[in-house]
Structures are given as structure tokens and as C-alpha cells.
Design a protein around this ligand. Structure first.
Ligand SMILES: *Cc1c(COP(=O)(O)O)cnc(C)c1O
Length: 665
């Protein structure tokens, strides 16, 4: 946080225009239903009030605003931030990061546990731990540590590299460092040295093999470790990660191994080094029941072990607290059927109940919630570059009698289709199209005929779809037609770099235009990114009851049109890759000062072309030298002017310093 505050001081003050503070949907208390305006209608369409209520809303000007305590007076339109960035030469795609949202999420989590502990007369502490793999960006980790300091927030790490961040950045000795993941000698040495420095570093063992390594090392270094054991529970998560939990999970001790482990610890007189039990049933657990079962099982194990292990004092219940991406509050994959308070209540109540029943002292509770803390604080914004559609209004054909028979028949279908015959005509046009392609391949049709035939085919499809949609139940075959005719919005970003989970695991995020929401969007389509791959697209969108295959969007009007992808702060920032060499996007920190102003406190530039080239082993100097050589060869061969060749090299050099995304907004 210190870094944040420093940069606030050093950055030029930016005041965002003070637009109406009222949320669009907060109409007066009058009994009469208020007339719906366009802003209400569009924010309903994108479900803003369902998923965004805490941090995002739409103002009367139809712009998405960010709002939290420090901006309550004047919620800040995201489009204003984008405009400010443009003036500073920072173009989209860009990630807008609101570190204060991290603070609110941490407060909410800790608040929920504190009130649960009060309610159930729980006599021990709660400590939040942030799993660093969820977002390892320095700005994020520093902000989380800064905001969490007053709660002794710690870090969970799963590798040597992550542990090295934790050892350097955690300041309080009370802040735990939980070492998970598969470990080698070097990993364990780092952890033991941290312990020796007086830090609370728990080595959470996953197997007997690791235990043996640790025992040997601690003997050699004469450092008594703080040992944690990861349990393999029979309870399973729910949602996308269900399969990696329960007996199938990669990590953790089964009960027989747990007993062997205790035996070994006894033998080595290290049983008093066992301090913590840990489990993790997966991320985005959608159903609260699963969490309850898992906690009960782990608490029971804790209580039994506590009687044998005098220093066992911590129960770490892992992560899994999900976010309501679609706002439906259900156990569907993109949602959760519980609140943060319910989550805390169920954990505390279950542990308390088991401990009372077993007559043992309650443990200090640790959670490792990453998605919940980091998810909401970041928004990806990109511009729409172009819009592609197969059909473009009515088709006019002059001189239809002069066209080949097959084209004439398609034209008849196109003009004659109606609400009664549309299915039949649709089937007919499928046949005619095949016929047309055969004739073309045999050389009987011109390229013009083929072009007209295709247009007529899509035209018939479009009209048939219109009638199909008017029917009570749309016949299933028209779902394909709808997909075929779906518009494609070409967007200036890479799914693989910026929202990899949309591709890898079909995760849904709230996506919508961040402005123009005072106009009803009049078209629908899916989003195609800049990568060549046919997978580089987003064609699943949140919906309260279902998943939408296309998104309602506005027609491009010659001005930049920006879409926002919300809740991208967990996992997305750090799991992306360089498909087609699209690099990291610009990263911008925005902080509100509580007086109605927002400040861009830091701009971390995204990759330049030379940056991504270097990732793959191409050094700038080498590339320029090689290119200069090619230019010299070309100039000599084609008899070009040497000055022209030089300017070409200069342009190449300049391009190496440019952003990897399109400069088209
Ligand atoms: C990934 C992971 C977490 C974080 O889970 P979230 O669902 O993001 O809170 C916590 N603990 C462990 C061991 C993990 O592997």
C-alpha cells in the first residue's frame, strides 16, 4: 500500500467528470411502476444489478461506473478512465485495477468470520491467507499484504519462486506462510530458514516421501519445522473442480498414510512439530453443502489428532469460496448458492460443533481464499474493431430470368417464404445449396452465380429463423441456423492472454459495453479475438437462467466502442500465454481518494513487440541487424534507393517498440 500511496503523491491529479451519482435503477418509492428507460432495460439485459451490485453500476448517461466507499459521492465512469488513458497515449486493451476493491473483499471476509465467531462463541482466532498463485503481480500482492496487515494476513505458496516472494514481502512474524505443493530439498531449506528467522512458515506435507526429506534436512540444519499435513478428504468439491477432489485428488494424505506419518514423527520425537491440518477441495465450489461436509470431516480428524498431538493448533480449510459471476445465486458453475457470511458461519459452526462433541480446544482457523479476494478488483477493457455478418439487408436481383435454374429456384424460396412454409422452404434451400455447389464444381456456374446463390441461401436462412423464433418452441434445427448467422465482433484482445479460462474451461465472465447503455443494443453476436485460432472467441455469456450464445451489442458508429470483461482479477492475469505473440496488456491502477476524485496512480506498460520477441529468444539488436541485411539485399536486387532502405529499417525499429495489439481505437 505504501507504494500505492507514494505513487498517488507523484502522479498528476486527474479528476473525473462528475456525472450523476444515482444508480440508474434506483427510482423513487412510488407505488406505480416507474416507466422503464433505455438505461434500465440495458442494465437488466446484462444483469448488472445481479452481479455488479457491490462495485459496478450504470449511471444515467448509460456508462458503467465503479463504486465503493471511497467513490460513493461520485461513482467513476470507466469510460472516463479510458479517455484519460487515451490522452496519455495508453490505448486498449488495458486492465483497470482497483486495489481498494481488494481491501473491501478482505474486510468482508474477515468481518464475516469475526461475526460468525461471535455468534457461535468461538474462542480462537481467524487468519486469512492469500494464495499467491491466484494473482502474483507485485502490485496485487503488495496491496493485499498492505490491506491485510492488520489481520495478520499471510500468504500461501506452491513453489520455490512463490515462497521467495513470500519470504521477502511478509513483514509480520504472525503472518503465516503456508508452503504447499510438491517440494524438493531446496524448497524445504528455504522454508526452514524462514522458520529460523522467526517467521511462521508452515511446511504442509503432501506425502511420506516429503516427510522423510524434511526429517533428514531438519536434523542436518538443526531447525525444528512447523509441520502441517494435507488431508485427502472423502468429501468432494462441486463445480468445475469436483473431479480433482475427494479420493481422486492429486495431493494429501490418505488415512493409512496419515497414521504412518504420525508414527514416524513419534519415532523421531518430532510429534510436537505438528501444528496444522490442511485441506482444499477445489476452487469455485458452487454448493455450500460440499464445504460443510468437508469441514466436518476435517474437523473430526483434527479433533482426533489433537488428542495425540499436543501442539496441533491450526485448521486450514483451503480455498474454494466462489464468486457469483452470473449473479444467479445458484449452484450453477458460474455462481454460488451461498453468501460469504454463510460460508463463514458454516465453517465456524461445524468446527465448533465437532470440537465440543470431542471435547477438545478449537483450532485457529485459516482460509486460503484467492478467487474471492482478487476476482472483482480487475476489469479488462478492449475496443471492438469491426463487425462481420453474412446477411446485410434485403437482396435485390435484376433480371432473375437470365440466371441459371438453381439460382431462380433459390430466389423463389427467398421471396416466397412465410410463417407457414418456412421449415419446408428451409429444407428446400439446403438441397438447392448443395446442388449449386455441385454445379459450380462441375463448371456450370460462374463465380457471380455462386456468390448470388450463397447470399440467397443465407437470406432464406435468415427469414426462416425469424419465423422459427415466432413459433412457440423454436425447432431445434434452427439453433444451428442462429449460430451460422450470428454476427462476429472482432475485438482488440487475445482470449489466450487476457481471459484464458474462457477458453480453457469455458468460464463465464460478465461482459458488456462500458458506455452507450442509454441506447438499446440492436444486434447480437459473439466476440472473436485477434488470434488466428478458431478457438479465440467468446461465445458463451452470462444469463440469469441460461447461458447465452450471443451478446447484445450496439452497431459501430465510427467512434471507439469499448467492452469490459469484469471479475478478471483471479487467475486470468497470470495464466495467459503468447498465442500469435500478443503480449501482456497495459495495466493501470486506479485509486479513489474519498473526496470524489479518482487517480490513475500507476501505469504498467504492456509488452512491446520487442518484449514478446525476447521471450522467445529474439533479441532486438539481432533482429534489426538481420532485417538491415535483408533490406540491403533487396535494395541491391530491386535497384531501390538506399535512403528508402534506411527509412524502412527505421520503421522496423520503431515498430519493435510498439504495442502488440491493434492501434485501431
Ligand atoms: C488454488 C488454491 C487455493 C485458492 O483457491 P480459491 O478457490 O481461488 O480461493 C487455495 N488453496 C490451495 C491449496 C490451492 O491450490
Amino acid at each position: 500500500m505504501k507504494a500505492l500511496k507514494d505513487s498517488v503523491r507523484h502522479t498528476k491529479e486527474v479528476r473525473f467528470s462528475e456525472l450523476p451519482a444515482e444508480g440508474a435503477r434506483r427510482h423513487s418509492d412510488s407505488r406505480l411502476p416507474a416507466p422503464r428507460n433505455a438505461v434500465e432495460e440495458t442494465s437488466d439485459l446484462y444483469g448488472v444489478q445481479n452481479w455488479g451490485s457491490e462495485y459496478f453500476d450504470v449511471n444515467l448517461a448509460g456508462e458503467v461506473v465503479v463504486k465503493f466507499e471511497a467513490t460513493r459521492e461520485t461513482p467513476v465512469p470507466l469510460i472516463d478512465i479510458i479517455e484519460q488513458l487515451r490522452q496519455r497515449g495508453v490505448s486498449t486493451p488495458v486492465v483497470l485495477r482497483f486495489p481498494q476493491i481488494l481491501d473491501y473483499q478482505i474486510k468482508k471476509l474477515v468481518g464475516a468470520f469475526r461475526s460468525a465467531m461471535q455468534e457461535f462463541a468461538y474462542r480462537r482466532d481467524y487468519i486469512p491467507v492469500y494464495p499467491i498463485k491466484v494473482n502474483q503481480k507485485k502490485e496485487v500482492v503488495q496491496a493485499v499484504l498492505g490491506f491485510g496487515e492488520r489481520y495478520n494476513l499471510g500468504l500461501e505458496v506452491g513453489s520455490k519462486a512463490e515462497l521467495m516472494i513470500a519470504l521477502a514481502l511478509t513483514r509480520r512474524r504472525e503472518s503465516p506462510i503456508i508452503c504447499n505443493g510438491v517440494k524438493d530439498d531446496a524448497y524445504l531449506r528455504l522454508a526452514l530458514m524462514g522458520k529460523q528467522l522467526g517467521k511462521t512458515v508452515f511446511v504442509v506435507l503432501e506425502s511420506l516421501f516429503e516427510l522423510r526429506l524434511l526429517l533428514e534436512l531438519s536434523k542436518r540444519l538443526k531447525i525444528r519445522p512447523l509441520i502441517g499435513l494435507r488431508l485427502k478428504l472423502s468429501a468432494r468439491g462441486s463445480g468445475k473442480w469436483e473431479k480433482s477432489s475427494g479420493d481422486l485428488s492429486k495431493f494429501g494424505f490418505t488415512t493409512p498414510d496419515l497414521l504412518r506419518c504420525l508414527q514416524l514423527l513419534h519415532q523421531e520425537r518430532l510429534i510436537d512439530c505438528l501444528h496444522l491440518l490442511h485441506f482444499h477441495i477445489g476452487s469455485q465450489v458452487t454448493d455450500i453443502k460440499r464445504i460443510k461436509y468437508a469441514v466436518k470431516e476435517a474437523a473430526r480428524t483434527y479433533a482426533k489428532l489433537r488428542k495425540l498431538c499436543p501442539n496441533l493448533d491450526y485448521l486450514d480449510v483451503g480455498g474454494g469460496l466462489g464468486l457469483d459471476y452470473d449473479g444467479s445465486r445458484t449452484a450453477s458453475e458460474s455462481s454460488v448458492n451461498y453468501s460469504v457470511q454463510e460460508y463463514a458461519n458454516d465453517i465456524i459452526y461445524s468446527i465448533k460443533e465437532v470440537c465440543d462433541n470431542e471435547n477438545v480446544h478449537e483450532p485457529i482457523v485459516i482460509t486460503e481464499n484467492g478467487r474471492m479476494i482478487a476476482g472483482p478488483h480487475a476489469v479488462l477493457v478492449f475496443n471492438v474493431v469491426n463487425e462481420l455478418a453474412l446477411t446485410n439487408g434485403p437482396i435485390r436481383v435484376d433480371n432473375i430470368e437470365s440466371k441459371p435454374q438453381v439460382i431462380q429456384e433459390m430466389y423463389d424460396l427467398y421471396t416466397g417464404i412465410n410463417g407457414k412454409n418456412y421449415r419446408e422452404y428451409y429444407h428446400d434451400v439446403l438441397e438447392q445449396r448443395d446442388e449449386m455447389f455441385s454445379l459450380f464444381n462441375l463448371g456450370y456456374l460462374s463465380l457471380e452465380d455462386r456468390g448470388l446463390g450463397q447470399e440467397l441461401f443465407w437470406g432464406v436462412c435468415e427469414r426462416a429463423l425469424k419465423y422459427a423464433k415466432m413459433a412457440k418452441h423454436m425447432p431445434e434445427e434452427f439453433e444451428d441456423v442462429e449460430r451460422l448467422l450470428s454476427r462476429k465482433f472482432i475485438c482488440n484482445f487475445s482470449v489466450f492472454q487476457s481471459i484464458p479460462d474462457a477458453w480453457a474451461i469455458d468460464q463465464l465472465f460478465p461482459i458488456l459495453p462500458i458506455h452507450r447503455l442509454n441506447e438499446i443494443p440492436d444486434r447480437k453476436g459473439y466476440l472473436a479475438d485477434l488470434t488466428c485460432d478458431s478457438d479465440g472467441k467468446v461465445d458463451n455469456f452470462i444469463d440469469l437462467r441460461d447461458i447465452k450464445e450471443s451478446l447484445e451489442l450496439h452497431a459501430l458508429n465510427g467512434k471507439p466502442y469499448y467492452l469490459g470483461v469484469f471479475f478478471t482479477g483471479a487467475y486470468q492475469d497470470v495464466m495467459g500465454d503468447y498465442h500469435n505473440l500478443f503480449g501482456h496488456v497495459h495495466d493501470v491502477l486506479v485509486v479513489a481518494d474519498g473526496k470524489g476524485s479518482c487517480h490513475i496512480t500507476k501505469i504498467i506498460p504492456g509488452h512491446r513487440i520487442e518484449g514478446v520477441l525476447r521471450v522467445f529468444g529474439y533479441e532486438r539488436e539481432e533482429m534489426v541487424a538481420e532485417f538491415r541485411q535483408r533490406v540491403a539485399e533487396g535494395v541491391a536486387r530491386e535497384g531501390l534507393k538506399p535512403e528508402w532502405g534506411n527509412s524502412l529499417v527505421r520503421e522496423y525499429e520503431a515498430a519493435l517498440g510498439s504495442y502488440t495489439y491493434l492501434a485501431l481505437d
